[in-house]
Ligand binder design. Structure first.
Ligand SMILES: [Mg+2]
Length: 302
């Protein structure tokens, strides 16, 4: 291997390199500041309006979000909107749901009244543009901003959802939508669901939140007249009240105890953006000071 000869020419290159590095270090913060300002002032082209999905095509610009107090949502929203794995997980869930539906139908008397209970947000409808908007504005979730979004009736259907529910309807399985959207969102919710041709979109099959977050009473109402074949949602509270108290282990213990129910009676979908899982962090907030301000303000229970 040739040895590098230390000539005056090499020396001048090295000197030049060192001087450049020193200059970059001295001016780096100014350059960074300018970049951030530029990213922020052009944010209209980077961030979504409420009605269209957000997406970043390049990573180097993520610094443009650095001023948002919802910066912690960037990765989860990107994953939800841009990962093919997310689509695959939805298809997987609805494929399993179909298998189990067929199994339970075969086990029941054909005259039995059969039903599915299903959540709406992040189960059937994709609200990630709303989450993206929170990144843009830096504001926390509020019922008012949420309603502005649902009033647009622009949420897209999630992969596999329309096909699965229409398959269930074709097998005479009724669909009951139990959601913690507020009752004043009923009309917009029905319009949005109808846009995608979901079945059973009527006032007798949609139970929104009136007085309490807990869905137990609404589930019981359905159970009085129907055999409930499946419960489907992105939040453990969509399945049973047994998951409401997550205790200090984030609910791991109660999920482990009922592990045989998942992919069986309970079909769960992924939602890294928000959910009751955040309440588990809240209980432990003293151990997560950097997350406290960012996550603790989110009361989205859709
Ligand atoms: Mg949901």
């Amino acid at each position: 291997m040739k040895k590098l000869i230390f000539t005056p020419l090499y020396f001048s290159f090295i000197q030049l390199g060192l001087i450049s590095i020193i200059l970059i270090l001295l001016t780096g913060s100014c350059i960074r500041d300018k970049t951030e300002v530029s990213e922020i002032t052009t944010s209209d082209t980077i961030f979504p309006s409420l009605s269209r999905p957000v997406v970043r095509d390049r990573w180097e610009g993520v610094g443009g979000w650095a001023s948002s107090s919802n910066e912690h949502l960037v990765m989860s929203v990107l994953w939800y909107q841009k990962s093919a794995e997310m689509r695959a997980l939805y298809y997987q869930a609805y494929n399993i749901a179909r298998l189990m539906l067929n199994k339970y139908i075969a086990e029941l008397d054909s005259s039995a009244k059969k039903a599915i209970i299903i959540d709406i947000d992040e189960t059937l409808l994709n609200n990630s543009p709303f989450e993206a908007k929170l990144i843009e504005t830096g504001e926390p979730y509020t019922p008012e901003t949420w309603k502005q979004w649902t009033d647009l009736v622009n949420a897209e259907a999630l992969p596999g959802a329309v096909e699965f529910l229409n398959y269930a309807a074709s097998k005479n399985v009724e669909v009951f939508y139990i959601s913690n959207r507020k009752i004043n969102e009923l009309k917009s919710t029905m319009i949005n669901l109808n846009k995608h041709n979901f079945p059973y979109v009527d006032k007798n099959h949609i139970f929104l939140k009136t007085d309490e977050i807990c869905k137990k009473k609404r589930r019981e109402k359905v159970a009085k007249d129907y055999e409930i074949l499946l419960l489907i949602g992105d939040n453990l509270m969509d399945f049973s009240e047994i998951f409401e108290n997550r205790s200090d282990d984030f609910g791991f213990g109660i999920v482990d105890k009922h592990k045989e129910k998942f992919g069986n009676r309970f079909i769960i979908l992924p939602n890294p953006m928000y959910g009751a899982w955040e309440k588990g962090l809240k209980r432990k907030k003293e151990k997560y000071p950097p997350l406290e301000e960012k996550i603790m303000t989110n009361d989205n229970d859709q």
